[in-house]
Design a protein around this ligand. Structure first.
Ligand code: ZN
Length: 266
C-alpha cells in the first residue's frame, strides 16, 4: 500500500492565525490546529515531499520523516517554500544532495531567494551549515519518473502566480495546490476516478485567487474520486462545518492525516 500524509492543511496564516485567531474554527477541536501546506508520499520505492512550508521542521519531526528522494514544489509562495532551509537535516542524514523539482517560476524563485542552497552538480554543500539541493525543471503536462514512479505535473490556473498540481501513477493520488480553477488541458490529463484527490478550499466562498466550495464540488462531481480531501483551509473553515457542508466521500483534512492507497491499481 502507498501512503499519503497531509503534513499541513492550513492556508498561509495557519490556524489559529496571528491576526484573526480561530475565526470560525472551534478552538476545542484539535483537528482545527493547522500548519502551513505540505504533504509526504511513500509510493513504490519513492519517498516524496510536496512543498516546504515554514512549519517544515515540526512536520518532519512529527511524522518521523528522515529520508527523501525528492521534493516537488507547487509554487513559490512563502507558505509553500520558505521552510526550505530545514531540508538541511535530510541532507545531513543521506550525505547526498537532494533532488528538487519545480516549474520555471518556482525554479527561478528558489535560485533568486536561496542561491546558497543550490548546487549545480552532485557535490553537496556541507550539510552541517546548509541544505544542498539539485534543481530540476518540470513542464506541466509532461510526465517524469522518480524511482520508477510516474508523476504528471498539472498546470493550474487563477492563482496569483503559476502553480502546479501533481498526479501520481495515473491517479493513485492527485494533489491540487492553490488555484482558482483546473484548466481543461489539465482536467483532460487527470484520470477519472482517482483514488485520492486532494484539493484546496481556502474559504467556502470564492476568493480572487482561490476556488470556493461550489467549484470544489464541481470538480469532485466531474472527477469522481474514491475519496476527496479538503485541504489548505483558513480560519473560515471549521472542521465539523466543512464536514457537514460536503457530501459523503469528501472529507476535511487535518494535520498528520494518513491515507493509504493501492499502488497497483491504475
Ligand atoms: Zn499560494
Amino acid at each position: 500500500m502507498g501512503k499519503l500524509i497531509i503534513t499541513g492543511c492550513g492556508a498561509a496564516p495557519g490556524v489559529p492565525a496571528v491576526a484573526s485567531g480561530w475565526g470560525n474554527c472551534n478552538p476545542n477541536n484539535p483537528k482545527n490546529v493547522r500548519r502551513r501546506s505540505g504533504a509526504y508520499l511513500e509510493i513504490g520505492d519513492a519517498r516524496i515531499l510536496i512543498d516546504s512550508s515554514p512549519d517544515l521542521h515540526a512536520q518532519l519531526v512529527d511524522n518521523n520523516i528522515r529520508y527523501l528522494d525528492a521534493v516537488l514544489y507547487t509554487h513559490a509562495h512563502a507558505d509553500h517554500l520558505h521552510g526550505i532551509d530545514d531540508l538541511r537535516d535530510i541532507n545531513r542524514i543521506s550525505r547526498q544532495a537532494l533532488d528538487v523539482y519545480a516549474n520555471d517560476d518556482t525554479y527561478r524563485a528558489i535560485k533568486e531567494r536561496f542561491p546558497y542552497l543550490v548546487v549545480d552538480d552532485e557535490m553537496p554543500n556541507n550539510p552541517l551549515y546548509k541544505a544542498s539541493l539539485i534543481l530540476h525543471h518540470i513542464i506541466p503536462g509532461k510526465s517524469f519518473e522518480i524511482k520508477g514512479v510516474k508523476i504528471t505535473p498539472l498546470l493550474l490556473a487563477g492563482h496569483s502566480l503559476p502553480s502546479v498540481g501533481y498526479m501520481f501513477e495515473d491517479g493513485a493520488v492527485v494533489y491540487i495546490s492553490d488555484c482558482k480553477e483546473i484548466p481543461p488541458e489539465s482536467l483532460a490529463l487527470i484520470c477519472r476516478r482517482p483514488q485520492i484527490l486532494v484539493m484546496p478550499l481556502t474559504t467556502p466562498r470564492t476568493l480572487v485567487y482561490h476556488m470556493g466550495l461550489e467549484t470544489f464540488l464541481g470538480y469532485v462531481d466531474m472527477l469522481k474520486p474514491e475519496i476527496a480531501v479538503v485541504n489548505h483551509m483558513a480560519v473560515e473553515c471549521d472542521y465539523d462545518a466543512v464536514d457537514e457542508m460536503t457530501p459523503q466521500g469528501v472529507v476535511p483534512a487535518f494535520d498528520n492525516m494518513v491515507l493509504s492507497f493501492d499502488e497497483r491499481k491504475k
